[in-house]
Design a protein around this ligand. Structure first.
Ligand SMILES: Nc1ncnc2c1ncn2[C@@H]1O[C@H](COP(=O)(O)OP(=O)(O)OP(=O)(O)O)[C@@H](O)[C@H]1O
Length: 235
């Protein structure tokens, strides 16, 4: 089996006195799409924030390739090749589409996610290069947030509930992006509430409850497991 590129080992994370992650462990291998599912408030966003160094883990270890990133500052973690598309997109209202895509661009020779490539993938954004982030639709903002993370050329992309609030057409667009990521071998850690989306794109799925991984399986196994779905996903 190929070695993990991201390895999370037994991390505990809290906000002040409130502990949210109670010993989570998981792995992402190069090029894999890994889904994280669970009900609201179980700690999925906190897990993403711990990986990015925004809410660092209090104990346990997070390694990315050969580096221990558990207590590394966020900008260094990003520079190692982890991109982050936070929940709610967080595009800058006053920056234009072009500025978003240029701020973080890295013109490395091996970068497959160039400015030109993003425009090709999202023609909608290409037509709105001089429009400000505030004037984009929710779906366009989601694409822009993903584009902004990708032009920095990550080898692992963290996406936090990317389909949230999107119309079905935009969910399909987003699926096209995840498909393209898979083809190019960019690994994705995907926190997602839409079961159908996870079943379609993920290679493996972890289910989180109360700050712990309670189940780990293949999408096909999850699709067939009504007990796990009812108990941890409410579907
Ligand atoms: N900045 C914060 N300070 C204190 N508590 C927080 C903070 N952010 C989140 N929490 C709490 O931590 C717990 C886990 O939140 P988190 O956002 O990680 O869950 P989630 O699984 O991503 O939920 P959702 O699906 O609703 O986004 C919740 O009880 C939440 O209220």
């Amino acid at each position: 089996m190929q070695e993990a590129m991201l390895a999370i080992e037994n991390i505990h994370t809290n906000y002040g006195a409130s502990q949210v992650l109670h010993g989570i462990s998981l792995k992402v291998k190069p090029g894999e799409i890994v889904g994280i599912m669970g009900r609201n408030g179980v700690g999925k966003t906190t897990l993403m924030r711990s990986i990015m160094g925004l809410t660092p883990a209090k104990s346990g270890r997070i390694s990315f390739r050969d580096a221990d990133i558990t207590h590394m500052p966020s900008h260094k973690i990003a520079r190692l090749g982890i991109g982050y598309v936070p929940q709610g997109r967080r595009v800058f209202p006053s920056l234009t589409v072009r500025e978003h895509l240029q701020v973080t661009a890295r013109e490395a020779p091996a970068n497959q996610w160039t400015f030109a490539k993003m425009i090709e993938l999202f023609p909608n954004l290409g037509q709105r290069l001089d429009q400000s982030g505030a004037k984009l639709s929710g779906g366009e903002q989601q694409m822009l947030a993903a584009g902004r993370a990708l032009v920095a050329n990550p080898s692992l992309l963290l996406m936090d509930e990317p389909t949230e609030g999107l119309a079905p057409l935009m969910v399909r667009e987003l699926g096209r992006l995840v498909g393209a990521l898979k083809e190019t071998g960019t690994a994705v850690l995907l926190v997602e509430q839409q079961l159908a989306f996870v079943l379609k794109y993920a290679d493996r799925v972890y289910i989180v409850s109360k700050g712990q991984v309670v189940h780990h399986c293949l999408p096909s196994e999850l699709a067939a497991d009504s007990e796990i779905k009812a108990r941890f996903l409410g579907v």
